[in-house]
Design a protein. Structure first.
Length: 116
């Protein structure tokens, strides 16, 4: 689907979709004519991005978390620096507000339960 179709399906502007692409959050294919082409998975990805942004995560953190969502098998992530960053982000969100169940699940999947 083209950018306008995705924009209409997810209810965000084409400009915002281009911004997500600039930030490395979306990676559409390019057709020979240069048009962006999105698959059906892009709809869910944009919804995930919007939910994570709404919970207060930065685009930098989201860029690191999205591959785990796509793989759906990241209950443990092997990079200690990444786990540390995600754990700190989760703790920051807990202090700031009550995190939605979806975002709490995403963060727990990437770094595991907090051990104090």
């Amino acid at each position: 689907m083209r950018i306008k179709e995705l924009s209409e399906q997810v209810g965000v502007s084409t400009r915002l979709l281009r911004y997500y692409e600039e930030q490395g959050l979306l990676a559409p294919l390019r057709e020979e004519n240069g048009y962006r082409s999105y698959d059906e998975a892009a709809v869910q990805r944009v919804e995930q991005i919007r939910g994570l942004l709404g919970a207060g995560l930065t685009t930098e953190i989201i860029r690191d978390v999205l591959p785990c969502l796509a793989a759906a098998a990241c209950s443990q992530y092997g990079d200690p620096e990444f786990v540390s960053r995600i754990t700190a982000e989760r703790d920051r969100l807990r202090e700031r507000c009550e995190v939605s169940p979806f975002c709490r699940k995403v963060l727990s999947l990437t770094c595991g339960p907090v051990v104090h």
